[in-house]
Ligand binder design. Structure first.
Ligand code: C2E
Ligand code: MG
Ligand code: MG
Ligand code: MG
Length: 279
């Protein structure tokens, strides 16, 4: 029998042992209880404007502190949640959290920042039900739709192109922005960009981490930013860890820079403090 390989939360390859299977079963079982018990929380990672060097947006990133197992990474639990359908209540909860914190920052007279929320293809496939959820969350949190951005991975988009197009158009009609996440990893024909109402491309970290040493990565980033500029789409580079990477991407004309070099994901309170100090 073939042994399927996967990458665990530490980035090592391992095989599907009974142990990893029982861990997956446990995580899948426990996530519903954890959602009720507030073991999930959302961190926000700043995205910087290279010109002003201020925070222009933040990305909401889901975290899980399992009561017995400790921190479980989204790389591990999101696929499980997607498989079980738990991503629907979880994803809705993240949206609620993001919009209510965002509204709170506005009330505290912070500089307005856009909030970017990752959305699973499973949520988009809910179609109008999902659009209605977004609309009602915006309404009762009183968060401006223009400040909400939804991140959809390129691979998800391409897998279900036909059924997703209308959903994205209806979300756009609410005033919400759409970003394509992990761009460059999905082998897409660039012409796909024409069929979707895309506001932002996020260049995947795999092209960023070696951009200062690899001509090929630099060429890809340069052509993506060039193309985006022609199409009037913003570019955010993610996974920036060094000043040299930041400088290269600034010179390529990226509208947003995100990565540990600028800031790790941080709590809503920390962010609020930073934003109210006008950073
Ligand atoms: P993503 O949307 O591409 O998010 C960016 C990931 O890169 C985050 O990992 C972030 O912590 C990490 N990152 C940011 N800057 C750097 C850097 O300079 N160096 C390195 N090495 N990493 C950096 P995280 O938080 O572990 O999330 C992993 C993935 O899990 C996300 O990738 C996203 O696809 C998914 N995810 C996270 N939260 C949610 C959520 O609420 N809903 C859904 N559907 N997916 C989520
Ligand atoms: Mg993302
Ligand atoms: Mg990404
Ligand atoms: Mg990525």
């Amino acid at each position: 029998a073939s042994k399927k390989q996967e990458i665990n939360c530490y980035g090592f390859y391992h095989t599907h042992t009974d142990e990893s299977r029982s861990r997956r079963l446990q995580l899948g079982h426990d996530m519903y209880r954890s959602l009720k018990n507030h073991d999930f929380y959302v961190l926000f990672q700043p995205i910087m404007n290279p010109d002003t060097e201020k925070i222009t947006a933040v990305e909401a990133l889901l975290r899980w502190k399992h009561p017995e197992l400790g921190i479980v990474s989204p790389g591990e639990f999101i696929p499980i949640a997607e498989g079980l359908g738990a991503i629907l209540p979880l994803g809705e909860w993240v949206l609620q959290q993001a919009c209510s914190f965002g509204a709170d920052w506005i009330n505290a007279e912070c500089e307005p920042v856009r909030i970017s929320v990752n959305v699973s293809i499973k949520q988009l496939l809910e179609g109008q039900v999902f659009v209605n959820k977004v609309r009602s969350i915006l309404k009762y949190t009183n968060f401006p739709p223009e400040l909400l951005q939804l991140e959809i991975t390129e691979t998800a988009l391409l897998a279900k192109e036909g059924s997703i197009q209308v959903v994205l158009q209806n979300l756009s009609a609410l005033g919400v922005q759409i970003a394509i996440d992990d761009f460059g990893t999905g082998y897409s024909s660039l012409s796909h960009l024409k069929s979707f109402p895309v506001h932002t491309l996020k260049i995947d970290r795999s092209f960023i981490h070696d951009i200062d040493v690899d001509d090929c990565s630099r060429a890809i980033a340069a052509s993506l930013t060039g193309l985006a500029r022609q199409l009037k789409i913003d570019v955010v580079a993610e996974g920036i860890e060094t000043k040299m990477q930041a400088d290269i991407l600034t010179n390529l004309g990226c509208e947003g820079l995100q990565g540990f070099y600028f800031s790790y994901p941080s709590s809503a309170e920390q962010l609020k403090k930073q934003l109210s100090e006008g950073k």
